[in-house]
Design a protein around this ligand. Structure first.
Ligand code: ACM
Length: 525
Protein backbone atom coordinates (compact mmCIF):
# COMPACT_ATOMS: atom_id res chain seq x y z
CA UNK A 1 0.00 0.00 0.00
CA UNK A 2 1.34 3.41 -0.91
CA UNK A 3 1.90 5.71 2.02
CA UNK A 4 -0.03 8.92 2.24
CA UNK A 5 2.79 11.20 1.20
CA UNK A 6 1.43 14.70 1.40
CA UNK A 7 -0.92 16.57 3.61
CA UNK A 8 -2.69 18.50 0.87
CA UNK A 9 -4.86 16.95 -1.83
CA UNK A 10 -3.00 16.70 -5.15
CA UNK A 11 -4.74 17.64 -8.38
CA UNK A 12 -3.86 16.53 -11.89
CA UNK A 13 -5.36 17.15 -15.33
CA UNK A 14 -6.12 14.20 -17.61
CA UNK A 15 -8.91 12.60 -19.62
CA UNK A 16 -10.97 9.55 -18.70
CA UNK A 17 -9.37 6.25 -19.70
CA UNK A 18 -10.75 2.72 -19.80
CA UNK A 19 -8.78 2.06 -16.60
CA UNK A 20 -10.74 4.58 -14.54
CA UNK A 21 -13.79 2.44 -13.74
CA UNK A 22 -14.62 1.90 -10.05
CA UNK A 23 -15.08 -0.87 -9.02
CA UNK A 24 -12.38 -2.09 -11.39
CA UNK A 25 -13.90 -4.67 -13.76
CA UNK A 26 -12.79 -8.29 -13.72
CA UNK A 27 -11.23 -7.92 -17.16
CA UNK A 28 -10.33 -4.80 -19.19
CA UNK A 29 -8.74 -5.02 -22.64
CA UNK A 30 -8.05 -1.58 -24.07
CA UNK A 31 -8.11 -1.02 -27.84
CA UNK A 32 -5.34 1.52 -28.06
CA UNK A 33 -6.11 4.52 -30.24
CA UNK A 34 -9.77 3.52 -30.67
CA UNK A 35 -12.42 5.99 -29.57
CA UNK A 36 -16.19 5.86 -29.94
CA UNK A 37 -18.01 9.16 -30.36
CA UNK A 38 -21.72 9.64 -29.80
CA UNK A 39 -23.38 11.85 -32.46
CA UNK A 40 -26.72 13.51 -33.09
CA UNK A 41 -27.53 10.50 -35.32
CA UNK A 42 -26.84 7.94 -32.61
CA UNK A 43 -29.55 5.54 -31.55
CA UNK A 44 -29.98 3.19 -28.62
CA UNK A 45 -30.91 -0.21 -30.03
CA UNK A 46 -32.29 -2.93 -27.84
CA UNK A 47 -32.43 -6.69 -28.28
CA UNK A 48 -34.15 -9.20 -26.06
CA UNK A 49 -35.06 -12.85 -26.27
CA UNK A 50 -38.52 -12.61 -24.70
CA UNK A 51 -41.32 -10.14 -24.04
CA UNK A 52 -40.38 -9.69 -20.39
CA UNK A 53 -36.73 -9.19 -21.30
CA UNK A 54 -37.85 -6.67 -23.93
CA UNK A 55 -39.65 -4.65 -21.26
CA UNK A 56 -36.59 -4.77 -19.01
CA UNK A 57 -34.09 -3.80 -21.69
CA UNK A 58 -36.47 -1.02 -22.71
CA UNK A 59 -36.47 0.37 -19.17
CA UNK A 60 -32.69 0.29 -18.96
CA UNK A 61 -32.45 1.98 -22.37
CA UNK A 62 -34.73 4.72 -21.03
CA UNK A 63 -32.49 5.07 -18.00
CA UNK A 64 -29.41 5.42 -20.22
CA UNK A 65 -31.19 7.85 -22.52
CA UNK A 66 -32.26 9.79 -19.44
CA UNK A 67 -28.59 10.28 -18.55
CA UNK A 68 -27.47 11.13 -22.09
CA UNK A 69 -30.25 13.27 -23.57
CA UNK A 70 -30.19 16.23 -21.15
CA UNK A 71 -26.43 16.78 -21.54
CA UNK A 72 -25.99 15.95 -25.25
CA UNK A 73 -29.26 17.45 -26.50
CA UNK A 74 -29.32 14.51 -28.96
CA UNK A 75 -32.61 12.76 -29.63
CA UNK A 76 -31.14 9.29 -29.05
CA UNK A 77 -34.21 7.36 -30.11
CA UNK A 78 -34.64 3.90 -28.61
CA UNK A 79 -35.21 1.28 -31.30
CA UNK A 80 -36.16 -2.22 -30.22
CA UNK A 81 -35.00 -4.92 -32.58
CA UNK A 82 -37.93 -6.99 -33.82
CA UNK A 83 -35.88 -10.00 -34.75
CA UNK A 84 -34.86 -11.05 -31.25
CA UNK A 85 -31.65 -12.12 -32.91
CA UNK A 86 -28.44 -12.35 -30.93
CA UNK A 87 -26.69 -10.24 -33.56
CA UNK A 88 -26.40 -6.76 -32.25
CA UNK A 89 -27.82 -4.23 -34.67
CA UNK A 90 -25.20 -1.66 -33.71
CA UNK A 91 -22.28 -3.82 -34.70
CA UNK A 92 -20.39 -3.03 -37.85
CA UNK A 93 -22.26 0.23 -38.33
CA UNK A 94 -20.71 3.67 -38.33
CA UNK A 95 -23.65 5.59 -36.93
CA UNK A 96 -22.32 5.63 -33.41
CA UNK A 97 -25.10 3.51 -32.00
CA UNK A 98 -25.34 1.92 -28.58
CA UNK A 99 -26.78 -1.59 -28.48
CA UNK A 100 -28.16 -3.08 -25.29
CA UNK A 101 -28.86 -6.79 -25.45
CA UNK A 102 -30.40 -9.28 -23.08
CA UNK A 103 -29.25 -12.07 -25.36
CA UNK A 104 -25.95 -13.55 -26.39
CA UNK A 105 -24.01 -13.18 -23.14
CA UNK A 106 -22.14 -16.16 -21.74
CA UNK A 107 -24.22 -17.90 -19.09
CA UNK A 108 -21.35 -17.98 -16.62
CA UNK A 109 -21.54 -14.19 -16.35
CA UNK A 110 -24.52 -14.82 -14.08
CA UNK A 111 -27.25 -12.31 -13.30
CA UNK A 112 -25.00 -9.32 -12.70
CA UNK A 113 -22.20 -9.85 -15.20
CA UNK A 114 -21.96 -8.08 -18.56
CA UNK A 115 -19.76 -7.67 -21.61
CA UNK A 116 -19.10 -4.18 -22.95
CA UNK A 117 -17.49 -3.73 -26.37
CA UNK A 118 -16.50 -0.28 -27.51
CA UNK A 119 -15.29 0.13 -31.10
CA UNK A 120 -14.95 3.27 -33.17
CA UNK A 121 -18.37 2.67 -34.73
CA UNK A 122 -20.49 1.18 -31.98
CA UNK A 123 -20.96 0.30 -28.36
CA UNK A 124 -22.50 -3.01 -27.45
CA UNK A 125 -23.46 -4.13 -24.00
CA UNK A 126 -24.79 -7.63 -23.35
CA UNK A 127 -25.95 -9.39 -20.22
CA UNK A 128 -28.08 -12.32 -19.13
CA UNK A 129 -30.39 -10.25 -16.95
CA UNK A 130 -31.47 -6.68 -16.34
CA UNK A 131 -29.19 -6.40 -13.31
CA UNK A 132 -26.13 -7.16 -15.42
CA UNK A 133 -27.18 -4.73 -18.12
CA UNK A 134 -27.73 -2.04 -15.50
CA UNK A 135 -24.29 -2.66 -13.93
CA UNK A 136 -22.79 -2.42 -17.41
CA UNK A 137 -24.54 0.90 -17.97
CA UNK A 138 -22.83 2.20 -14.81
CA UNK A 139 -19.48 1.19 -16.32
CA UNK A 140 -20.34 2.93 -19.58
CA UNK A 141 -21.38 5.98 -17.57
CA UNK A 142 -17.95 6.16 -15.96
CA UNK A 143 -16.24 5.88 -19.36
CA UNK A 144 -18.09 8.91 -20.74
CA UNK A 145 -16.79 12.41 -19.93
CA UNK A 146 -17.61 13.56 -16.40
CA UNK A 147 -19.78 16.37 -17.82
CA UNK A 148 -22.36 13.64 -18.42
CA UNK A 149 -23.28 14.00 -14.76
CA UNK A 150 -24.04 17.72 -14.89
CA UNK A 151 -27.63 17.25 -16.05
CA UNK A 152 -27.49 20.32 -18.34
CA UNK A 153 -26.42 20.70 -21.99
CA UNK A 154 -22.65 20.48 -22.35
CA UNK A 155 -20.44 20.82 -25.45
CA UNK A 156 -19.04 17.26 -25.52
CA UNK A 157 -17.51 15.59 -27.50
CA UNK A 158 -19.15 12.45 -26.06
CA UNK A 159 -16.34 9.98 -26.39
CA UNK A 160 -15.79 6.54 -24.92
CA UNK A 161 -12.35 4.87 -24.90
CA UNK A 162 -12.28 1.71 -27.06
CA UNK A 163 -11.86 -1.80 -25.73
CA UNK A 164 -13.62 -4.76 -24.18
CA UNK A 165 -14.72 -5.18 -20.59
CA UNK A 166 -15.94 -8.53 -19.27
CA UNK A 167 -17.15 -8.18 -15.73
CA UNK A 168 -19.03 -9.82 -12.90
CA UNK A 169 -19.08 -9.34 -9.12
CA UNK A 170 -16.96 -11.08 -6.51
CA UNK A 171 -19.79 -11.04 -3.93
CA UNK A 172 -23.53 -11.19 -4.51
CA UNK A 173 -24.26 -8.92 -1.50
CA UNK A 174 -22.80 -5.41 -1.77
CA UNK A 175 -24.55 -3.10 0.63
CA UNK A 176 -24.75 0.32 2.13
CA UNK A 177 -26.64 0.95 5.37
CA UNK A 178 -28.23 4.28 6.19
CA UNK A 179 -29.31 5.02 9.77
CA UNK A 180 -32.47 7.09 9.37
CA UNK A 181 -33.27 6.72 13.08
CA UNK A 182 -30.61 8.84 14.81
CA UNK A 183 -31.40 11.58 12.32
CA UNK A 184 -34.29 11.34 9.92
CA UNK A 185 -33.67 11.72 6.20
CA UNK A 186 -36.28 12.67 3.61
CA UNK A 187 -37.26 10.31 0.79
CA UNK A 188 -35.37 12.59 -1.61
CA UNK A 189 -32.17 12.12 0.43
CA UNK A 190 -32.57 8.34 0.38
CA UNK A 191 -33.08 8.50 -3.40
CA UNK A 192 -29.87 10.47 -3.73
CA UNK A 193 -28.04 7.77 -1.75
CA UNK A 194 -29.52 5.14 -4.07
CA UNK A 195 -28.39 7.02 -7.19
CA UNK A 196 -24.84 7.53 -5.92
CA UNK A 197 -24.48 3.99 -4.59
CA UNK A 198 -25.80 2.53 -7.87
CA UNK A 199 -22.92 4.23 -9.70
CA UNK A 200 -20.61 1.92 -7.71
CA UNK A 201 -22.71 -1.22 -8.31
CA UNK A 202 -24.05 -1.43 -4.75
CA UNK A 203 -27.06 -3.77 -4.82
CA UNK A 204 -28.50 -3.68 -1.27
CA UNK A 205 -29.78 -0.68 0.69
CA UNK A 206 -30.13 -1.54 4.38
CA UNK A 207 -32.34 1.01 6.14
CA UNK A 208 -31.88 1.16 9.90
CA UNK A 209 -35.47 2.24 10.51
CA UNK A 210 -35.76 2.16 14.30
CA UNK A 211 -33.61 3.01 17.27
CA UNK A 212 -33.79 4.64 20.68
CA UNK A 213 -34.04 8.09 19.13
CA UNK A 214 -36.78 7.51 16.57
CA UNK A 215 -39.18 5.08 14.87
CA UNK A 216 -39.29 5.86 11.15
CA UNK A 217 -41.83 3.55 9.52
CA UNK A 218 -45.61 3.66 9.78
CA UNK A 219 -47.19 0.52 11.29
CA UNK A 220 -50.99 0.50 11.01
CA UNK A 221 -51.58 -1.74 14.01
CA UNK A 222 -49.34 0.42 16.23
CA UNK A 223 -49.82 3.97 14.95
CA UNK A 224 -48.08 5.76 17.81
CA UNK A 225 -44.74 4.19 16.83
CA UNK A 226 -44.50 6.62 13.93
CA UNK A 227 -46.74 9.47 15.11
CA UNK A 228 -45.11 9.76 18.55
CA UNK A 229 -41.99 7.57 18.40
CA UNK A 230 -41.04 9.17 15.08
CA UNK A 231 -41.17 12.67 16.50
CA UNK A 232 -37.66 12.83 17.93
CA UNK A 233 -34.04 12.48 16.86
CA UNK A 234 -30.54 13.02 18.20
CA UNK A 235 -30.11 16.57 19.42
CA UNK A 236 -33.83 17.23 19.81
CA UNK A 237 -34.81 17.91 16.19
CA UNK A 238 -38.28 17.14 14.83
CA UNK A 239 -37.50 13.66 13.49
CA UNK A 240 -40.03 12.24 11.07
CA UNK A 241 -41.15 8.95 9.57
CA UNK A 242 -41.94 7.28 6.28
CA UNK A 243 -45.53 6.54 5.44
CA UNK A 244 -46.02 3.19 3.77
CA UNK A 245 -46.29 5.02 0.45
CA UNK A 246 -42.98 6.79 1.15
CA UNK A 247 -41.41 3.43 1.86
CA UNK A 248 -42.90 1.92 -1.29
CA UNK A 249 -41.49 4.85 -3.25
CA UNK A 250 -38.01 4.16 -1.84
CA UNK A 251 -38.32 0.43 -2.60
CA UNK A 252 -39.47 1.14 -6.14
CA UNK A 253 -36.70 3.67 -6.76
CA UNK A 254 -34.16 1.20 -5.43
CA UNK A 255 -35.54 -1.54 -7.64
CA UNK A 256 -35.20 0.68 -10.72
CA UNK A 257 -31.52 0.85 -9.74
CA UNK A 258 -31.44 -2.95 -9.32
CA UNK A 259 -31.03 -2.48 -5.59
CA UNK A 260 -32.90 -4.40 -2.89
CA UNK A 261 -34.07 -2.70 0.31
CA UNK A 262 -33.31 -4.51 3.60
CA UNK A 263 -35.42 -2.87 6.34
CA UNK A 264 -34.18 -3.14 9.92
CA UNK A 265 -36.29 -3.03 13.04
CA UNK A 266 -33.68 -3.23 15.78
CA UNK A 267 -34.59 -5.42 18.75
CA UNK A 268 -34.57 -6.17 21.64
CA UNK A 269 -32.30 -3.19 22.47
CA UNK A 270 -32.26 0.14 20.68
CA UNK A 271 -36.02 0.28 21.27
CA UNK A 272 -36.61 3.37 23.40
CA UNK A 273 -38.74 5.03 20.69
CA UNK A 274 -41.13 2.06 20.70
CA UNK A 275 -41.10 1.80 24.50
CA UNK A 276 -41.89 5.53 24.76
CA UNK A 277 -44.83 5.12 22.36
CA UNK A 278 -46.56 2.19 24.12
CA UNK A 279 -46.39 1.71 27.92
CA UNK A 280 -47.53 -1.91 27.58
CA UNK A 281 -44.28 -2.83 25.82
CA UNK A 282 -42.36 -2.05 29.02
CA UNK A 283 -41.97 -4.72 31.71
CA UNK A 284 -43.08 -2.20 34.35
CA UNK A 285 -45.87 -0.76 32.20
CA UNK A 286 -44.31 2.70 32.35
CA UNK A 287 -43.37 4.46 29.12
CA UNK A 288 -40.01 6.22 29.28
CA UNK A 289 -39.58 9.70 27.82
CA UNK A 290 -38.40 9.98 24.23
CA UNK A 291 -34.62 9.99 23.93
CA UNK A 292 -32.41 12.40 22.00
CA UNK A 293 -28.95 11.52 23.33
CA UNK A 294 -26.37 9.17 21.82
CA UNK A 295 -25.90 6.49 24.48
CA UNK A 296 -26.51 2.85 23.55
CA UNK A 297 -27.51 -0.32 25.35
CA UNK A 298 -30.02 0.99 27.92
CA UNK A 299 -33.37 -0.02 26.40
CA UNK A 300 -35.03 -3.38 25.87
CA UNK A 301 -38.33 -4.88 24.83
CA UNK A 302 -39.90 -7.00 27.58
CA UNK A 303 -38.95 -10.63 26.94
CA UNK A 304 -41.56 -12.17 29.27
CA UNK A 305 -44.63 -10.30 28.02
CA UNK A 306 -46.68 -11.93 25.27
CA UNK A 307 -47.63 -8.50 23.92
CA UNK A 308 -44.00 -8.13 22.81
CA UNK A 309 -44.46 -10.97 20.34
CA UNK A 310 -47.82 -9.69 19.08
CA UNK A 311 -46.06 -6.40 18.51
CA UNK A 312 -43.20 -8.04 16.60
CA UNK A 313 -45.63 -10.12 14.55
CA UNK A 314 -47.58 -7.00 13.56
CA UNK A 315 -44.47 -4.97 12.79
CA UNK A 316 -42.67 -7.64 10.77
CA UNK A 317 -45.91 -8.73 9.10
CA UNK A 318 -46.65 -5.22 7.87
CA UNK A 319 -43.03 -4.69 6.86
CA UNK A 320 -42.94 -7.98 4.96
CA UNK A 321 -46.02 -6.89 2.97
CA UNK A 322 -44.30 -3.78 1.64
CA UNK A 323 -40.84 -5.30 1.21
CA UNK A 324 -40.37 -7.33 -1.99
CA UNK A 325 -36.78 -8.31 -1.13
CA UNK A 326 -35.97 -11.51 0.75
CA UNK A 327 -34.53 -10.02 3.94
CA UNK A 328 -35.86 -8.46 7.14
CA UNK A 329 -33.13 -7.28 9.53
CA UNK A 330 -33.92 -7.78 13.23
CA UNK A 331 -30.94 -5.84 14.64
CA UNK A 332 -29.92 -7.69 17.78
CA UNK A 333 -26.93 -5.50 18.69
CA UNK A 334 -26.01 -4.10 22.06
CA UNK A 335 -28.86 -5.53 24.16
CA UNK A 336 -26.86 -4.84 27.26
CA UNK A 337 -29.63 -5.10 29.88
CA UNK A 338 -30.71 -8.69 29.10
CA UNK A 339 -29.36 -12.00 30.33
CA UNK A 340 -27.98 -14.29 27.62
CA UNK A 341 -31.02 -16.57 28.02
CA UNK A 342 -33.54 -13.75 27.68
CA UNK A 343 -31.67 -12.39 24.70
CA UNK A 344 -31.66 -15.80 23.01
CA UNK A 345 -35.37 -16.23 23.74
CA UNK A 346 -36.45 -13.02 22.03
CA UNK A 347 -34.08 -13.43 19.09
CA UNK A 348 -35.32 -17.00 18.57
CA UNK A 349 -38.93 -15.87 18.59
CA UNK A 350 -38.20 -12.93 16.28
CA UNK A 351 -36.59 -15.38 13.83
CA UNK A 352 -39.71 -17.57 13.92
CA UNK A 353 -41.98 -14.57 13.39
CA UNK A 354 -40.00 -13.29 10.42
CA UNK A 355 -40.04 -16.82 9.00
CA UNK A 356 -43.83 -17.01 9.22
CA UNK A 357 -43.95 -13.89 7.04
CA UNK A 358 -41.86 -15.60 4.39
CA UNK A 359 -38.68 -13.61 4.90
CA UNK A 360 -35.07 -14.41 5.73
CA UNK A 361 -33.55 -12.90 8.87
CA UNK A 362 -30.46 -10.75 8.96
CA UNK A 363 -29.08 -9.81 12.38
CA UNK A 364 -26.02 -8.08 13.82
CA UNK A 365 -23.48 -10.66 14.90
CA UNK A 366 -24.63 -10.86 18.52
CA UNK A 367 -27.55 -12.96 17.22
CA UNK A 368 -25.05 -15.78 16.79
CA UNK A 369 -25.48 -16.22 20.56
CA UNK A 370 -29.07 -17.38 19.99
CA UNK A 371 -30.19 -20.57 18.24
CA UNK A 372 -29.99 -19.51 14.64
CA UNK A 373 -32.20 -20.77 11.87
CA UNK A 374 -29.83 -22.03 9.13
CA UNK A 375 -31.00 -19.33 6.72
CA UNK A 376 -30.30 -16.44 9.11
CA UNK A 377 -27.59 -14.12 7.83
CA UNK A 378 -25.13 -12.80 10.41
CA UNK A 379 -23.76 -9.29 9.96
CA UNK A 380 -20.33 -8.98 11.58
CA UNK A 381 -19.59 -5.48 12.89
CA UNK A 382 -16.69 -6.18 15.26
CA UNK A 383 -13.22 -4.71 15.25
CA UNK A 384 -11.02 -7.70 16.02
CA UNK A 385 -10.28 -10.85 14.00
CA UNK A 386 -11.45 -13.22 16.73
CA UNK A 387 -15.18 -13.97 16.62
CA UNK A 388 -15.77 -17.60 17.71
CA UNK A 389 -19.58 -17.33 17.68
CA UNK A 390 -19.55 -16.00 14.12
CA UNK A 391 -17.22 -18.83 13.06
CA UNK A 392 -19.49 -21.34 14.77
CA UNK A 393 -22.53 -19.92 12.98
CA UNK A 394 -20.68 -20.11 9.66
CA UNK A 395 -19.74 -23.73 10.43
CA UNK A 396 -23.46 -24.47 10.94
CA UNK A 397 -24.25 -23.01 7.53
CA UNK A 398 -25.20 -19.40 8.30
CA UNK A 399 -23.98 -16.84 5.78
CA UNK A 400 -21.97 -13.83 6.92
CA UNK A 401 -22.03 -10.20 5.80
CA UNK A 402 -18.77 -8.45 6.64
CA UNK A 403 -19.04 -4.94 8.11
CA UNK A 404 -16.02 -4.68 10.42
CA UNK A 405 -16.47 -1.32 12.10
CA UNK A 406 -12.81 -0.30 11.90
CA UNK A 407 -12.76 -0.79 8.11
CA UNK A 408 -16.25 -0.65 6.64
CA UNK A 409 -18.07 1.87 8.85
CA UNK A 410 -18.64 5.06 6.90
CA UNK A 411 -19.39 7.10 10.03
CA UNK A 412 -15.92 6.98 11.56
CA UNK A 413 -13.81 10.12 11.15
CA UNK A 414 -11.18 10.07 8.41
CA UNK A 415 -8.66 11.66 10.76
CA UNK A 416 -8.54 13.94 13.77
CA UNK A 417 -9.49 16.96 11.64
CA UNK A 418 -12.77 15.48 10.33
CA UNK A 419 -15.59 17.86 11.32
CA UNK A 420 -18.13 15.03 11.74
CA UNK A 421 -18.02 11.34 12.50
CA UNK A 422 -17.33 9.09 15.47
CA UNK A 423 -14.02 7.60 16.63
CA UNK A 424 -14.88 4.56 18.76
CA UNK A 425 -13.68 2.14 16.04
CA UNK A 426 -10.75 4.41 15.17
CA UNK A 427 -10.19 6.89 12.39
CA UNK A 428 -10.63 5.33 8.95
CA UNK A 429 -8.52 6.97 6.27
CA UNK A 430 -9.35 6.21 2.65
CA UNK A 431 -6.36 3.84 2.20
CA UNK A 432 -7.35 2.06 5.42
CA UNK A 433 -10.95 1.67 4.22
CA UNK A 434 -9.58 0.05 1.06
CA UNK A 435 -6.68 -2.09 2.18
CA UNK A 436 -8.26 -5.18 3.72
CA UNK A 437 -9.80 -8.40 2.51
CA UNK A 438 -13.39 -9.29 3.42
CA UNK A 439 -12.40 -12.97 3.33
CA UNK A 440 -9.28 -12.54 5.45
CA UNK A 441 -10.53 -10.26 8.21
CA UNK A 442 -11.87 -12.95 10.56
CA UNK A 443 -9.30 -15.56 11.56
CA UNK A 444 -10.47 -19.02 10.54
CA UNK A 445 -13.67 -18.00 8.76
CA UNK A 446 -14.60 -20.30 5.87
CA UNK A 447 -14.50 -17.98 2.83
CA UNK A 448 -17.49 -19.81 1.35
CA UNK A 449 -19.63 -18.49 4.21
CA UNK A 450 -19.15 -14.85 3.21
CA UNK A 451 -22.19 -13.50 1.39
CA UNK A 452 -20.65 -10.09 0.92
CA UNK A 453 -19.79 -6.75 2.36
CA UNK A 454 -21.80 -3.82 3.67
CA UNK A 455 -20.77 -0.30 4.63
CA UNK A 456 -22.94 1.09 7.43
CA UNK A 457 -23.43 4.83 7.90
CA UNK A 458 -24.69 5.66 11.39
CA UNK A 459 -25.97 9.16 11.80
CA UNK A 460 -25.42 10.38 15.36
CA UNK A 461 -23.27 13.21 13.95
CA UNK A 462 -24.82 13.26 10.49
CA UNK A 463 -27.72 15.64 9.86
CA UNK A 464 -27.82 16.46 6.15
CA UNK A 465 -27.31 14.80 2.80
CA UNK A 466 -24.09 16.84 2.51
CA UNK A 467 -22.88 15.16 5.70
CA UNK A 468 -23.80 11.74 4.29
CA UNK A 469 -21.88 12.45 1.10
CA UNK A 470 -18.84 13.73 2.97
CA UNK A 471 -18.48 10.51 4.96
CA UNK A 472 -19.49 8.11 2.17
CA UNK A 473 -17.29 9.58 -0.55
CA UNK A 474 -14.71 8.42 -1.22
CA UNK A 475 -14.94 5.51 1.25
CA UNK A 476 -18.03 3.89 -0.26
CA UNK A 477 -16.15 3.66 -3.57
CA UNK A 478 -13.39 1.79 -1.70
CA UNK A 479 -15.65 -0.78 -0.07
CA UNK A 480 -17.73 -1.11 -3.24
CA UNK A 481 -14.57 -2.12 -5.06
CA UNK A 482 -13.68 -4.67 -2.37
CA UNK A 483 -17.17 -6.12 -2.77
CA UNK A 484 -17.24 -6.22 -6.57
CA UNK A 485 -13.72 -6.65 -7.94
CA UNK A 486 -11.52 -9.75 -7.92
CA UNK A 487 -9.26 -9.94 -4.85
CA UNK A 488 -6.23 -10.00 -7.16
CA UNK A 489 -6.90 -6.40 -8.26
CA UNK A 490 -6.40 -4.90 -4.79
CA UNK A 491 -3.57 -2.37 -5.13
CA UNK A 492 -3.78 1.02 -3.44
CA UNK A 493 -1.66 2.89 -5.99
CA UNK A 494 -3.84 1.75 -8.89
CA UNK A 495 -7.05 2.19 -6.94
CA UNK A 496 -6.14 5.71 -5.87
CA UNK A 497 -5.64 6.61 -9.54
CA UNK A 498 -9.12 5.32 -10.41
CA UNK A 499 -10.53 7.05 -7.37
CA UNK A 500 -8.93 10.35 -8.32
CA UNK A 501 -10.66 10.09 -11.69
CA UNK A 502 -14.04 10.11 -9.93
CA UNK A 503 -13.52 13.70 -8.73
CA UNK A 504 -14.82 15.52 -11.84
CA UNK A 505 -17.80 13.15 -11.86
CA UNK A 506 -18.57 13.89 -8.22
CA UNK A 507 -18.07 17.60 -8.85
CA UNK A 508 -20.56 17.47 -11.77
CA UNK A 509 -23.01 15.52 -9.60
CA UNK A 510 -22.58 18.05 -6.80
CA UNK A 511 -21.30 15.40 -4.39
CA UNK A 512 -19.80 16.90 -1.23
CA UNK A 513 -16.83 14.53 -1.14
CA UNK A 514 -13.75 14.52 1.05
CA UNK A 515 -10.60 15.31 -0.92
CA UNK A 516 -8.46 12.87 0.95
CA UNK A 517 -4.71 13.43 0.91
CA UNK A 518 -2.83 10.69 -0.93
CA UNK A 519 -5.28 10.50 -3.84
CA UNK A 520 -4.31 12.10 -7.19
CA UNK A 521 -7.56 13.98 -7.70
CA UNK A 522 -8.28 14.71 -11.35
CA UNK A 523 -9.55 18.15 -12.28
CA UNK A 524 -11.48 18.83 -15.48
CA UNK A 525 -9.65 20.86 -18.07
C1 ACM B 1 -23.67 -1.41 15.69
O1 ACM B 1 -22.78 -0.65 15.25
N1 ACM B 1 -24.18 -1.25 16.88
C2 ACM B 1 -24.17 -2.52 14.89
Amino acid sequence: MGAVRDEKPTEIERETTIHDVVPVPASVEPADGVTFTLTDKSEIRTTAGSASAAAEVGEIAEYLAGLLRPVTAYLLPIRPSTTGSATLPAEGGTGGNIALALTGAEKDLGEEGYVLDVTAGAISLRANAGAGLFRGVQTLRQLLPADLESGTVQPGPWTVPGGRIVDQPRFSYRGIMLDVARHFFAVSDVKRVIELAALYKINYLHLHLTDDQGWRIAVDAWPRLASFGGGSEVGGGPGGHYTKDDYREIVSYASHHFMTVVPEVDLPGHTNAALASYPELNCDGQAPARYTGVDVGFSSLCVEKEVTYRFLDDVFGELAEITPGPYLHIGGDEAKTLTADDYAEIVNRAQEIVGTHGKTVVGWHEVAGAKLTPSTVVQFWGVTPEAPEVLAAAARGNRIIMSPANRAYLDMKYDSTSPIGLTWAGNISVPYAYDWDPLGYLTGLDPAAVLGLESPLWTETVRTIDDIEYLAFPRLAATAELAWSPASTRDWDRFSGRLGAQAPRWAALGVNFYRSPGVPWVVER
